[in-house]
Design a protein around this ligand. Structure first.
Ligand SMILES: *Cc1c(COP(=O)(O)O)cnc(C)c1O
Length: 390
């Protein structure tokens, strides 16, 4: 039998998706209003223990709104990570603000020591505002990404934010379901610790609506504004009165029907991902030159993406591994190119980017779908045990 292709991360729609979507179609509620939208918002908020949730078209749109509800304007700067997906940072530019790129630590999330050092040495704190000495601009927020379902160091980030009066925006697009097991934020979910958080339901994420996103917060004011801005900023339903420039960022009832069915399976998906992760980790430990990066031990991650670290002791380098796996019908890919190296950001300010460069050279994501079978994982491991140049 010929080997089937093993994709990196694909949807898993074996729950009540078809039933709910069929119901939406049968009742002809397929557009931006409908009971599934409300229910999906309520159930997501409940799941992550947030005061409320506002659905939107995708994670990128959610982040665009998140910046606006934090009152970031074109006069401001926002501290962002460089080792992440570019959609985390582009919304900063959509509103005309400027990003300042920060390094990662060994968890691949923002290096909080460098963050603090940057605020203390490269900025001055005057009249409640953090001012960038280089540009004289007001740095108003820090945007953190919970990379691959790991948790950024929210304890330190919240302390730094409080000290320098920064808003905290959590790009939790990859981390729905991740929460603290201990410490100050025990029981708190990624996305619901800072001022505002955003999830993504893109097709490669742990749960999907095809395309979709959700803004969460514990702040009523922020939730109200997020709803307002995502729904054309309509202040009167009947007479079409609009008090500012809004967006049509609403999720459709069809997407929400999918989302609701997916949310019902989130815990199951996390369990499967954990099992496969453990299987990979134990076996790969025995292969010279390869390791699976771990998640922090004070959290329960959602195990979204697995990061394989390859060092010089392995006979193949990053690109050779990717080619080799592909020849074995296994999809993998390098971690994202650094954002400060991308053309639109070449002139942006950076601060001591070091570790991100190393991880870029050594990290590969390997198949992690929630419908990945044990035998698939064993096959990937077997291939990694017997590397060949292709
Ligand atoms: C997926 C993702 C986004 C964007 O989400 P979309 O729903 O695809 O727009 C933003 N940031 C990060 C880190 C992501 O992984």
């Amino acid at each position: 039998m010929s080997q089937k292709f093993i994709p990196l991360s694909v949807p898993n729609l074996k729950g009540r998706e078809l039933e709910y979507v069929t119901h939406a179609v049968e009742t002809e509620w397929v557009s931006t209003g409908g009971a599934y939208v409300d229910e999906f918002e309520k159930k997501t908020a409940k799941y992550v223990k947030a005061k409320g949730a506002v659905s939107c078209q995708n994670g990128t749109a959610g982040l665009h709104i998140a910046l606006q509800v934090c009152k970031i304007t074109k006069e401001n700067e926002v501290i962002v990570p460089t080792l992440t997906f570019i959609a985390a940072v582009n919304p900063v530019k959509y509103i005309g603000a400027e990003p300042i790129f920060m390094d990662c630590d060994d968890s691949l999330t923002m290096d909080v020591d460098k963050l603090l050092e940057f605020c203390e040495t490269e900025c001055s704190f005057m009249e409640g505002k953090l001012i960038n000495k280089r540009t004289n601009k007001h740095i108003k927020a820090v945007l953190v990404v919970h990379v691959f379902g790991n948790m950024a160091n929210m304890e330190k980030i919240m302390d730094i934010a409080e000290k320098f009066n920064l808003k905290v925006i959590e790009d939790a697009t990859e981390a729905i379901g991740t929460y603290y097991l201990k410490g100050k934020y025990k029981g708190k979910y990624a996305g619901v610790i800072g001022d505002v958080g955003v999830y993504s339901f893109n097709g490669n994420k742990i749960i999907t609506t095809g395309g979709g996103g959700m803004i969460v917060s514990n702040n009523e004011e922020i939730l109200k504004r997020a709803k307002h801005l995502t729904t054309q900023a309509k202040s009167d339903e009947l007479y079409y009165i609009h008090d500012e420039i809004g967006y049509n960022y609403r999720m459709t009832n069809l997407q929400a029907a999918l989302g609701l069915a997916q949310l019902e399976q989130l815990d199951t998906f996390i369990n499967v991902k954990k099992e496969n992760y453990d299987l990979y980790k134990e076996a790969i430990k025995e292969i010279k030159g390869l390791t699976i990066l771990t998640f922090k031990d004070n959290i329960r991650p959602n195990y979204w993406f697995y990061a394989l670290y390859c060092d010089e002791k392995y006979p193949l380098n990053r690109d050779e591994i990717i080619q080799y796996l592909l020849s074995k019908k296994i999809q993998s890919r390098p971690i994202w190119g650094l954002i400060n190296d991308q053309r639109p950001y070449l002139s942006s300010q950076t601060y001591k980017i070091e570790k991100a460069k190393t991880y870029l050279k050594h990290v590969i994501n390997i198949p992690c779908s929630s419908n990945l079978k044990k035998e698939d994982v064993l096959y990937v491991i077997e291939c990694l045990k017997h590397p060949e140049k292709v």
